[in-house]
Design a protein around this ligand. Structure first.
Ligand code: ADP
Ligand code: MG
Length: 696
């Protein structure tokens, strides 16, 4: 595939994701080394990389502290103690390589801890070498450990440009990479893939020139225009491929779920609240999609507590009105059951049966549900992963909804989709992501956003309290529970070990039970059997439990309006999104006395990042703002997590560059509509063989 690469080298290249010469051309240097000049030993700067031409004076193997080869060398020009020999001029940049002419003094040790007998043979007194590496003061004097070296024959030419150092993998040397990349730069067609009007409008730099420049100029000095051009092309490829995937799915047929509004109208009339404007708007968007003859591919984003469930219920009812079935899948048993209870409470009075399916269900009960779903007698099914098991067959699934979609893998979401061929798809997410990131990674979806909370909610008051004042917090919990309120106590996150996490939760529970003997306290954690978990949650919902000690299993979706205080221990260990999600569990009631409070207990001393995180969560209650800051702190790679496993991560583009992301989005649409061949060529350059993968 790659000219000049042996099968072994090709294998290594594949490890780096490099399969074509184009990939090589886009494999940019990590950093550069300056081999354009020769430094005199006396001018060496400690810890800085430099290049020297030297003569070996002595060479010996010593055995203390361990076997090693010690070569003493001096500047090659000053032979045998004569340091002020005539400076030798090397060809190089700006009229010849520079050779510092200050008189050299002293010598340098080259130290090799691992070496071959052949090396020892070469490194004999009198040998002339060009060495490159970092110089440092060591036990033996000024030394270089394992410097790169080559024997000088006398006709060496200094390079005129900086030497690029490329990201590589074990067993693939820089020299090989440089040679292959150099060749690729000669041979690859770097012709323009963008149509002229786009280049002119955006005033983009020439691509070929930009690429060549970036292979020879370090980041600090590289022209921003060149970087911007590469970043733009990368974003554009991503946008084109995602929009193409979107368009391809749109070609499929889906049942038109044009409801007559009878059921949805009755639900709206029966609700104890009116939809917020934001809810009404997204409901319209979804309703319109459902009535189209091709599958909806929509993501519903809304902060915790923004009221996504009722929108999901309306969508499901519209499917039923049109004579189809709808399914709702949630990532945890607790969450699924809560949806089930809520939907049943809303819909049973309308004469619509809601069925429940979960892994922990009795076989017999499951069989009954499966039979009814298969026969089409049950219109609505709510549950966990159990919904995507093989034996689940729908008579006519029209709409599949996935709650907290980021918790599911790509495969699981596909599995639900396959239950109803080309059914309408709605994904819901309470993890707000910044707009540019959404535009980038969700470019293959339509996105609806509920951007306001239901009225009457006062923002949760957040307090940062040092763990040294824990006793004050315990007193506050006692007081609150006495007055009829409920409290969550979230145990520290222990990432290394689930077992340790459980132990901590049990200890916290025991502590609090001893400190607050008059309270009814419950404990819920991930290791509990789902029935036990559900029992605890139900007791909390009914206020039979006043203080709920929990691990992060309560993170998502749980809705207990009477719970007004949340205490999070070791808050410094949590991520921002997680803290925000947790905090969203309180202050869900409309009554003013139910205003929520969240106490973040932290342990001192705080690391700088932990401090930055806590500051953000303290200062902002807006999920989107928090997400934006989080992106800034962590970078997109970690942020996106597992969702985009099929997507090549952006290497050059910075998603905080809103203007560039938007320009790429617009250009992608324009090219797909007006210049499809340009779009294809662009995609082929950037994604090569991977383009097909993305269309799946
Ligand atoms: P989330 O978006 O986090 O899933 P939910 O759908 O669980 O939020 O809604 C949170 C709470 O707000 C629920 O108790 C729900 O019944 C209530 N709710 C939803 N919409 C409204 C509204 N328009 N007015 C008042 N309360 C609402
Ligand atoms: Mg929810």
């Amino acid at each position: 595939m790659i000219p000049g690469a042996t099968p072994l080298v090709a294998d290594k290249l594949r490890k780096l994701g490099l399969q074509t010469q184009t990939d090589l051309v886009l494999h940019l240097p990590l950093r550069f080394e300056d081999e354009t000049r020769i430094t005199l030993i006396s001018a060496a700067v400690p810890d800085a990389a430099a290049q020297f031409d030297v003569t070996v004076i002595s060479s010996e193997i010593v055995y203390r502290p361990r076997r090693q080869l010690i070569c003493r060398v001096e500047d090659a020009c000053g032979e045998h103690g004569k340091h002020a020999g005539p400076p030798q001029v090397f060809p190089g940049p700006s009229g010849g390589g520079r050779r510092e002419t200050a008189s050299s003094g002293g010598d340098l040790i080259l130290r090799f801890l691992n070496f071959y007998p052949s090396q020892q043979k070469v490194l004999q007194p009198g040998a002339r070498l060009r060495v490159f590496g970092e110089v440092r003061g060591g036990f033996w004097g000024t030394e270089m450990i394992h410097p790169r070296y080559q024997l000088l024959r006398g006709d060496e030419v200094l390079p005129t440009t900086l030497t690029p150092v490329y990201p590589t993998t074990a067993g693939l040397g820089q020299a090989t990479l440089r040679r292959l990349i150099g060749r690729a730069l000669q041979e690859v067609d770097l012709g323009e893939t963008l149509p002229d009007p786009v280049i002119k409008r955006l005033q983009l730099a020439d691509l070929a020139a930009s690429v060549r420049l970036l292979h020879v100029t370090p980041r600090e000095t590289a022209q921003p225009a060149a970087r911007q051009r590469i970043a733009f092309d990368e974003l554009l490829a991503q946008q084109i491929s995602l929009r193409q995937a979107y368009a391809a799915r749109r070609m499929h047929q889906a049942p038109r779920l044009a409801g007559d509004g009878t059921l949805t109208g009755r639900l709206l009339a029966a609700l104890p609240f009116r939809l917020t404007d934001a809810q009404a708007r997204v409901w319209q968007e979804i309703s319109r999609d459902l009535a189209e003859p091709h599958p909806m591919q929509r993501l519903l984003q809304g902060d915790v507590g923004s009221g996504k469930t009722v929108v999901a219920a309306l969508a499901m009812l519209q499917a039923v009105e049109a004579g189809h079935q709808a399914a709702l899948m949630a990532p945890t048993e607790i969450l699924a059951e809560q949806h089930y209870r809520k939907l049943a409470a809303w819909l049973t009075p309308l004469g619509i049966e809601v069925a429940w399916l979960s892994g922990s269900q009795k076989k017999r009960d499951k069989a009954v549900v499966l039979a009814k779903v298969g026969a089409g007698e049950t219109a609505l099914l709510v549950g966990t992963h159990a919904l995507i098991e093989e034996n689940v067959e729908f008579a006519r699934l029209g709409l599949a909804i996935v709650d907290e979609q980021h918790r599911f893998g790509v495969r699981q979401r596909l599995a639900l989709k396959q239950k109803g061929l080309h059914s309408h798809q709605l994904a819901m997410s309470a993890t707000p992501i910044p707009r540019t990131l959404a535009m980038s990674v969700y470019a293959d979806l339509d996105v609806s956003v509920i951007d306001a909370l239901p009225p009457g909610r006062t923002p949760v008051v957040t307090k940062l309290v040092s763990a040294a004042r824990r006793h004050e917090i315990v007193a506050r919990v006692r007081e609150l529970c006495r007055s009829g309120r409920q409290v969550y106590w979230v145990c520290p996150l222990i990432e290394e070990s689930e077992a340790l996490q459980l132990k901590t939760a049990e200890e916290t529970y025991a502590h609090l039970a001893a400190e607050l003997p008059e309270l009814r306290i419950g404990l819920v954690h991930g290791r509990l059997k789902s029935a036990a978990k559900a029992a605890v949650m139900t007791a909390f919902v009914k206020n039979e439990i006043q203080l709920l000690v929990a691990t992060t299993v309560i993170e998502v979706g749980v809705d207990v309006p009477n719970a007004s205080l949340m205490v999070i221990e070791h808050a410094e260990r949590f991520g921002l999104a997680q803290l925000h999600q947790l905090r969203g569990r309180v202050g869900r009631g409309a009554a003013p006395e139910l205003q929520g409070a969240c106490i973040l207990l932290y342990e001192t001393p705080l690391s700088a990042t932990a401090r930055a995180r806590l500051k953000i969560i303290y200062e902002s209650s807006d999920g989107f703002e928090i997400a934006r800051q989080d992106l800034h702190l962590r970078g997109p790679g970690e942020f996106i997590g597992s969702r985009q496993s099929g997507l090549p991560l952006l290497r050059f583009a910075d998603l905080e560059d809103t203007a560039l992301v938007e320009a790429a989005r617009a250009a992608a649409e324009e090219m797909l509509a007006k210049w499809p061949e340009h779009a294809e060529r662009h995609l082929a350059r950037w994604l090569g063989g991977r383009a097909e993968l993305l269309k799946a």
